[in-house]
Design a protein around this ligand. Structure first.
Ligand code: GLN
Length: 482
């Protein structure tokens, strides 16, 4: 098998058996990036020198017998994770000149595992978007069809893993930004339970929704990555004190005895027929593997997008107040006075979508409107969360589509924000409730990949990995490459 199609598990075996060195693997991927990235635009920064230096260190660790399971394997970071001494742009002109002075906790964890950081991936500005067209660095192209979007906001990471420019990458998911691009690029991605992965050093968009997670080719690889990423962090007050299990421990459990629900609201109007067929076939496959399938209802599904698009902008308007040209990041030329400094810095430094959200969010939080919008949205959030808890009384997992359509054309929805927002309909409820959700390759519509979404109850990531792994043992959608 060619090196680029090897999973983390396979690469790890080869590294341990010294069939290949970390320097060789790293150079191999750097060469692939040099060759294919110009067409895809998946990377904002490629770390040629530091990656090779880290790979050399990893080879020493392997030689001395002190390697962990992923030591020496290259990965890419979404450019939202702070990386000490390396540009961390968050896809924005505002941070184009920002060299992070410290590591995110997730970055530290990858370093401790001996993994090799090969570069920082392109993304929608401040993680706001569903198509990766909101990046200051230009859109990422879908490796399956360069005229289409890769999904967003972690589109660079998803495209890089799908095109085999790197065997693993990180993403963040505030309303679907790991699961939706995983679906559109034919890879595996998981958004863990809120609080499972530290947000320290992960640039904030909407703090009550943001959660980091991994992308990889397979569920087994994603489980290995979450083993590294998960855990309580005293630097993040919302990270949860909860044991981290070995996420690979239950991969091989048979699915007999498992009850899986599908929500009738996820198959209502809006879902493209061809996509529904792929998802129904995937559900039938899970049934063949022994699971019991049951229809459930998530009656407030239609309120998820409106509630999210009040809450997320409200939080972003507050989080992005820090970019004012005073402390760090972009500053306008020759400010006349303080007001001018603020206005021009923010006017010039932020892109259109960011400004739209800051205005919406500020409005929703303003006195006189707070109760009507923000408070109302929070009440709806509770109803949505209750719907899931009712469902989990009778099912172990919920499955369904990740997105209503396959990857759409670049430019198709840029002038229609509401239609763009509606593409998040199946993913956003999971973030509002704080639940873990995962997407795995499940088939194709007109040669474009379609991902199946699996949702579990709080801290039940192991069950997601189990069902996904069993599905991937029985199917080979995840092995298809562009
Ligand atoms: N598409 C959603 C948004 O634009 C979700 C983004 C995300 O998950 N970061 O807000």
């Amino acid at each position: 098998m060619s090196l680029e199609n090897k999973t983390l598990v396979e690469l790890s075996k080869d590294l341990t058996a010294k069939k290949v060195s970390s320097v060789e693997v790293t150079q191999f991927y750097l060469d692939r990036i040099a060759q294919h990235n110009p067409a895809l635009n998946a990377f904002i920064t490629v770390c040629n020198e530091s990656a090779l230096a880290e790979a050399k260190e990893a080879d020493k660790k392997i030689a001395s017998g002190h390697a962990g399971p992923l030591t020496g394997i290259p990965y890419a970071h979404k450019d939202i994770f702070c990386t000490d001494g390396i540009k961390t742009s968050c896809g924005s002109k505002m941070l184009d000149n920002f060299i992070a002075p410290y590591d995110a906790t997730v970055t530290t964890k990858f370093k401790e595992a001996g993994m090799v950081m090969i570069g920082k991936t392109n993304m929608d500005e401040f993680a706001m978007g569903s198509s990766n067209e909101n990046s200051f660095y230009g859109p990422v192209k879908n490796p399956w069809d360069h005229t289409r979007i890769p999904g967003g906001s972690s589109g660079g990471s998803a495209a890089a893993v799908a095109a085999r420019l790197v065997p693993a990458a990180t993403g963040t998911d505030t309303g679907g930004s790991i699961r939706q691009p995983a679906s559109m690029c034919n890879i595996t991605g998981i958004k863990p339970t809120y609080g499972r992965v530290s947000r320290y050093g992960m640039i904030a968009f909407a703090s009550s929704l943001d959660q980091g997670g991994p992308f990889a080719q397979t569920a087994e690889d994603a489980a290995l990555l979450l083993n590294i990423m998960a855990g309580h962090d005293e630097k993040d007050s919302t990270s949860v004190i909860h044991d981290v299990p070995d996420y690979t421990a239950e991969l091989n459990k048979p699915l007999t005895g498992l009850t899986i629900g599908f929500a009738k609201e996820h198959f209502a109007s809006g879902l493209e027929n061809d996509v529904a067929v792929v998802i129904q076939e995937a559900i039938a496959e899970l049934q063949k593997l022994g699971a019991t399938i049951k229809e459930i209802s998530l009656p407030n599904t239609h309120l998820a997008v409106p509630a999210y698009y009040v809450i997320a902008p409200a939080e972003c308007s507050s989080n992005l107040a820090r970019y004012d040209g005073v402390r760090y990041g972009y500053r306008c030329e020759n400010p006349k006075n303080l007001d001018d400094l603020y206005c021009r810095t923010r006017g010039e430094g932020f892109g259109l979508e960011i400004k739209r959200r800051i205005i919406v969010g500020t409005y929703a939080l303003s006195s006189g409107y707070y109760d009507a919008y923000y408070l109302k949205a929070q009440k709806i959030r509770r109803l949505i969360s209750n719907d899931y808890q009712t469902a989990f009384k009778s099912v172990d997992l919920i499955v369904g589509p990740t997105a209503p359509s396959p990857a759409f054309k670049l430019g198709e929805k840029v002038d229609d924000p509401v239609s763009m927002y509606l593409s998040d309909i199946y993913t956003i409820g999971v973030n509002l409730a704080g639940l873990p959700g995962m997407t795995i390759p499940a088939g194709f519509v007109k040669s474009l990949p379609i991902g199946l979404q699996l949702i579990a109850n709080y801290f039940d990531e192991s069950r997601l990995f189990n069902a996904a792994h069993q599905f991937q043992q029985a199917t080979d959608w995840h092995k298809k490459t562009p």
